[in-house]
Design a protein around this ligand. Structure first.
Ligand SMILES: NC(=O)c1ccc[n+]([C@@H]2O[C@H](COP(=O)([O-])OP(=O)(O)OC[C@H]3O[C@@H](n4cnc5c(N)ncnc54)[C@H](OP(=O)(O)O)[C@@H]3O)[C@@H](O)[C@H]2O)c1
Length: 251
C-alpha cells in the first residue's frame, strides 16, 4: 500500500514516516509539507533521519500515485486548503488531525459520501479498550459519584481540552443516561514534552476514589495505529469510519 503523508514535517507525520520506513507491507509514496515550509524540495531524511531520499513536495494534487492520504496537520488548514483537494483526488483519507468544529464535521461527512474517510482523535487501540472499560465502569457508579477527567499534554499542543478527553466524556455520557456533559469537568494540563495522559476519576461521598489512567510515552502507538487504520480504510466503501468500526473488525 502506497501512503502519502500530509504534514510530514510535524511531530506525528514524521513519526508515521519513520514507522513506514521500518515496515515492508507499506511504502511511503509522497511526503507533503505546507507550501513555504523550509524542507520543501529537500529529501525526507532531512526531517526524519535515516536515508529516505524521497523529495518533500507541497501539493496534495501532485500525489496521483498513492492509495491513501494520512493527514496530520491542523483543522484550519485541513478545512481551508486540503479538503477541496482530497475531494478532487478522490482517494481514501485518514484524518489524524483534531479539533474540528461541528460545522467542519458536516463538511467532512459530505466528503465521506464520495470516498472512504477515517477520522479519529486517537489511533491507539489500547486507548480504545481503555474507553470500553470506562463505559462498563460508569454504568455502575453510585448516584453520589462525581466524575472528573484530567488530561496532560506537551506545551505545544494547540487544542484544549484534547480531542481524546472529549471523546472519553462523550463515551461516559452515552454509557450512563443519568450523566450529562456538564456533570463531567475536564482539566487540561500543558507542560514540557508530555506525550499524552488521560485520567478519569470517580469520587463518591463514601470516601472512595477510583482512578483509571491511560498514558503514552511516545507517538509509537499513534504512528502504528495510523498505518493499520490506513490499511483497513483502503478496503472500505465510501463512508465515515472511526476506531469503533476498525476495532469491531479485529474480532
Ligand atoms: N489521531 C491521533 O492518534 C493523533 C495523535 C497525535 C496528534 N494528533 C493530531 O494530529 C495533528 C498534528 O499533530 P502534531 O503534533 O504532529 O502537530 P505539528 O507537529 O504541529 O505538525 C503539524 C504539521 O502540519 C504541517 N502543515 C500545516 N499546514 C499544512 C498544509 N497545508 N500541508 C501540509 N502540511 C501542513 C505543519 O507544517 P508547518 O510547521 O510548516 O506549519 C506541521 O509540520 C494535530 O491535530 C494533533 O492533535 C492526532
Amino acid at each position: 500500500m502506497k501512503i502519502a503523508i500530509v504534514g510530514c514535517t510535524g511531530r506525528l507525520g514524521s513519526n508515521i514516516i519513520k514507522n513506514v520506513m521500518r515496515r515492508d507491507d507499506v511504502s511511503l509514496q509522497y511526503a507533503i509539507a505546507r507550501r513555504g515550509n523550509q524542507y520543501v524540495g529537500q529529501s525526507m531524511s532531512s526531517v526524519a533521519g535515516g536515508n529516505c531520499q524521497l523529495e518533500i513536495i507541497d501539493d496534495i494534487c501532485k500525489a496521483v500515485e498513492c492509495d491513501v492520504f494520512i493527514d496530520c496537520t491542523n483543522a484550519e488548514t485541513f478545512m481551508r486548503d486540503s479538503l477541496p483537494k482530497y475531494k478532487q483526488m478522490n482517494k481514501p483519507v485518514v484524518i489524524a488531525t483534531t479539533a474540528f468544529s461541528a460545522q467542519d464535521l458536516e463538511k467532512i461527512k459530505d466528503l465521506a459520501e464520495q470516498l472512504p474517510v477515517f477520522m479519529e482523535g486517537n489511533f491507539s487501540v489500547a486507548l480504545h479498550d481503555f474507553i470500553d472499560t470506562l463505559k462498563f465502569a460508569v454504568g455502575r457508579i453510585s448516584e453520589d459519584t462525581d466524575i472528573q477527567i484530567v488530561e496532560y499534554h506537551h506545551n505545544l499542543k494547540l487544542d484544549a481540552p484534547s480531542g481524546t478527553a472529549l471523546m472519553i466524556r462523550d463515551a461516559l455520557v452515552k454509557a450512563n443516561h443519568r450523566i450529562t456533559e456538564d456533570m463531567i469537568n475536564i482539566s487540561s494540563v500543558r507542560g514540557g514534552n508530555i506525550f499524552g495522559e488521560h485520567e478519569v476519576i470517580f469520587a463518591n461521598c463514601k470516601d472512595e476514589v477510583t482512578t483509571y489512567k491511560h498514558q503514552v510515552s511516545s507517538r509509537e502507538a499513534f504512528a502504528d495505529g495510523a498505518i493499520e487504520v490506513a490499511k483497513w480504510t483502503v478496503k472500505q466503501q465510501c463512508g465515515l469510519y472511526n476506531m469503533d468500526d476498525f476495532c469491531a473488525d479485529r474480532g
